[in-house]
Write a protein that binds this ligand. Structure first.
Ligand SMILES: Nc1ncnc2c1ncn2[C@@H]1O[C@H](COP(=O)(O)OP(=O)(O)O)[C@@H](O)[C@H]1O
Ligand SMILES: [Mg+2]
Length: 278
């Protein structure tokens, strides 16, 4: 049996790492192709509630691709096809009855490069709420969201200034505030610190710790120290070459972060976490 097959079958059993009743998201044999090219295959994993789950692995192993499966952002990429099942609670996210826009409201995303709207700090927070017909107190929503994102103190006297005038680290916290203003249940983060300096990175990492009280977080990171600092669970992905020479990603090992880093069960994981490749 090819090694990736064997590893996938074992990975499938790793559902059990997470108590099923605590799973907010779960994938079953997810396979993603871009046109004719396989990008990710047979991913089965559960994402536990109010925990931070890190997706790690070498570049091109499908981490961002999987993250986008969780809120149907791959729908927006031409030629991208998602097979298998993705459940949010008991709902199959890819069923024809599901509205992808409402999915993205419940499952928010923070991207690698901070991308505030070219609007005031205030409007960055209220924009999505208005679109979604929020009828409550906007000032309160702005303060709460910025407080939650640990940015309020730095911006409370300049809410009318453009979001783009903030530093990179502040912009990223603004994007987190914007995501949580929609009161999502899950926040997906794709390498949220990769464009930030060490001080801003630390602030965002502290924030991630705090946010898991209220939210379920899935974070892609290429920084293994970050994975050990912020996550409770870690999924390690690797890439393998297919017959036509293209590479596809698959889940190698999924477990509590401590175990993945201190007592990995697979040789590939052991090599990766000890910095031998990737
Ligand atoms: N928009 C896209 N169109 C075509 N191929 C893509 C696209 N996004 C990603 N891929 C391919 O899918 C594979 C996985 O990519 P990605 O999910 O970005 O990996 P990672 O985030 O782990 O670096 C790669 O081979 C990449 O080239
Ligand atoms: Mg990526």
């Amino acid at each position: 049996m090819p090694t990736h097959r064997k590893q996938q079958e074992e990975a499938r059993d790793q559902h059990s790492v997470v108590d099923e009743s605590e799973a907010v998201l779960r994938t079953e044999n997810v396979k993603v192709t871009y046109g004719d090219t396989l990008a990710l295959r047979d991913v089965s994993m559960d994402v536990p509630k109010n925990q931070v789950t890190a997706l790690i692995g070498p570049s091109g192993c499908g981490k961002s691709t999987l993250l986008r499966c969780f809120n149907r952002l791959n729908d927006l990429i031409d030629g991208c096809k998602v097979e298998g099942k993705v459940f949010y609670r008991d709902k199959n996210l890819y069923s024809s009855k599901i509205d992808p826009v409402s999915v993205r409201r419940r499952i928010g995303m923070v991207f690698q490069k901070p991308n505030p709207f070219p609007k005031s700090i205030y409007d960055n927070i209220t924009y999505g709420a208005k679109v979604n017909g929020f009828k409550g107190d906007m000032d309160e929503l702005v303060e709460q969201s910025l407080q939650r994102a640990a940015l309020w103190g730095e911006v409370k006297d300049k809410l009318k200034e453009n979001g783009l005038s903030l530093s990179g680290g502040q912009q990223q916290r603004l994007c987190i505030a914007r995501a949580i203003a929609l009161k999502p249940e899950v926040v997906l983060m794709d390498e949220p610190c990769s464009s930030l300096d060490p001080v801003s990175t630390e602030r965002v990492e502290d924030l991630i710790h705090e946010l898991k009280e209220d939210y379920t977080i899935v974070i892609v990171t290429h920084n293994m120290h970050q994975a050990t600092r912020v996550s409770d669970f870690t999924a390690f992905f690797n890439a393998e070459e297919s017959d036509d020479g293209s590479r596809f990603g698959y889940l190698v090992e999924y477990d509590r972060t401590e175990r993945v880093f201190e007592d990995p069960q697979e040789e590939a994981t052991q090599k990766y976490v000890s910095g031998k490749f990737g």
